[in-house]
Every structure is written in structure tokens, then in C-alpha cells.
Design a protein around this ligand. Structure first.
Ligand code: ZN
Ligand code: ZN
Length: 261
């Protein structure tokens, strides 16, 4: 039987949470296994609200260690402390060092913690097996020294899902994502604010560029995330800018929204 592929948006906001949007994080369900991408706050509770069992998390993929992407790791492991399980955490060497230190501060890998972490260091171009039939490739993106984007290949189903993590416009990512079934991409601001917040574009992408590059790459579905909700713009403006160039299926995700592939 075909295995389900489901994407859950645990959060869709930027570095500052708003009333509607918490920091961006994703969960990928492949059959019964869950793969968490980044770990800001309240992930355990969000799984519950989505009817997903956090004990099904087999791997955590970390794009980078800015606080809005990783500060929830200690409480997630603490919440799973009585569960005999092993979670693989894939990240760059720099991110792994940080995650180890963060857990060490709370002594979250001491003997009484039953949930164990296995750290797997990955770098640009590395390809690794997350589960039978599910491969992942890491790509460096120029957001932070050791930032990674992840390309998930569901081999049985012939589907590819790409997540940029936080990233400025990075043409090689779009080249590699050409024809993918779903691209989830940083879309922090509309282009209108680009002049006012020029520094932001060294680390993030604006909606007009995103639409244009996603169109050139012919991605089938596009889901913008990491909206800087504290700035003065509406999601309608983001949608209009993306639509100026992009004619594929556009998903403007809400927090806790789930989509099947
Ligand atoms: Zn961020
Ligand atoms: Zn960041």
C-alpha cells in the first residue's frame, strides 16, 4: 500500500510570534513516522492538538540554531523523558555542538532520561536515509554560517519536498528544487519593505523574488513561511506579490494546517 505523505505547519511566523502565528517549524508524517524540522516552543502540545503522537518522532532536522528555530528542544526532550525511544538529530556540526550544550545545561541526556538523542552531523551535499523509502539531502544556504536547507525525496511515491529554512534568495536552491512537488520557502517580507529593511534581505527572501524564482523552477506547489508578522504588511500583499509571477498551486499556510501530498 502507498504510504501517506503529510506536511504539518507547526508554525509559520518569523522570529517574533504573533497572535496567529508562532515561529516556523514543520512536521512531516510518512506513514506512521514523524520527522520534525526545527524545534521552537510548544512542539509537544502542537503535536497533540494535531492528533499526532510525539513518541512517533524518529528524527529531528535542524536548519540552524537561531533561537526561533531551536529554543524548544529542551522542553521537547523533557516532555519525552519517560519514553524509551531514540531520536536522530541531523544538523551541521556547529548546530550539533549548540544542541548538545543546550541539552547539557538541563542535564537532559543524563541516565534518568529515557529518550535518547543520536546526533548525526551533515553538511552541504550529504545525502542520508531518514526511513526506508525516504532520503534527504542537505544544502548549505547563506543565512548563517552553517545553515542548511533540506530536500526530502519520497522514493516510493516519486515526490520531492524542499524546505529552505531561513534563507536569502539563493538561486542554486531553486535550480536544485526544479520541478519539485512542494517548496516551502522563507518569505519574510513583501518587496515593498525591501528598501526599508535592506539588512533583512541578506538573510531572508521577499515575496516578489520568491514568486519569480519558484515560477522559473516550475515547482508544483509553493508554501511561503516565516512571515515577519510584526511588520506592517498583510498576507494578501504577500500573496499578490507571489502571484505576479507564480502560476502553480500556492498554499498560504496557517499554523497547524496540514496538507497531504
Ligand atoms: Zn527564523
Ligand atoms: Zn534564522
Amino acid at each position: 500500500m502507498e504510504k501517506d505523505i503529510e506536511i504539518g505547519f507547526l508554525g509559520t511566523g518569523g522570529a517574533v510570534a504573533t497572535q496567529e502565528r508562532d515561529n516556523t517549524a514543520l512536521v512531516i508524517r510518512y506513514d506512521t513516522d514523524l520527522f520534525l524540522i526545527d524545534c521552537p516552543g510548544a512542539v509537544f502540545q502542537k503535536f497533540k492538538r494535531m492528533g499526532m503522537d510525539p513518541r512517533r518522532v524518529t528524527s529531528i532536522l535542524v536548519t540552524h540554531v537561531h533561537p526561533d528555530h531551536i529554543y524548544g528542544l529542551p522542553i521537547l526532550i523533557h516532555s519525552l523523558m519517560l519514553d524509551e525511544m531514540c531520536i536522530r538529530l541531523y544538523a551541521s556540526e556547529e548546530s550539533i555542538r549548540f544542541c548538545r550544550d543546550l541539552l547539557e545545561l538541563y542535564q537532559l541526556q543524563s541516565d534518568k532520561i529515557k529518550c535518547r538523542l543520536e546526533f548525526v552531523s551533515v553538511g552541504h551535499g550529504d545525502r542520508f536515509l531518514l526511513a526506508p523509502g525516504l532520503e534527504c539531502q542537505a544544502m548549505h544556504v547563506p543565512h548563517k554560517a552553517a545553515s542548511l536547507a533540506f530536500f526530502l525525496d519520497f522514493l516510493d511515491r516519486g515526490r520531492t519536498v524542499v524546505y529552505s529554512g531561513d534563507s536569502p534568495l539563493h538561486p542554486p536552491l531553486f535550480k536544485a528544487a526544479a520541478g519539485s512537488d512542494l517548496l516551502i520557502h522563507d518569505c519574510s517580507i513583501p518587496s515593498r519593505l525591501a528598501g526599508q529593511y535592506e539588512f533583512l534581505l541578506q538573510m531572508h527572501t521577499h515575496a516578489l523574488d520568491l514568486g519569480s524564482f519558484a515560477q522559473q523552477a516550475r515547482v508544483k506547489r509553493l508554501a511561503p513561511v516565516h512571515f515577519f508578522g510584526e511588520l506592517d504588511y498583510s498576507l494578501a500583499e504577500i500573496e499578490t506579490e507571489i502571484r505576479r509571477h507564480y502560476s502553480g498551486e500556492l498554499i498560504m499556510p496557517r499554523d497547524l494546517q496540514r496538507i497531504m501530498l
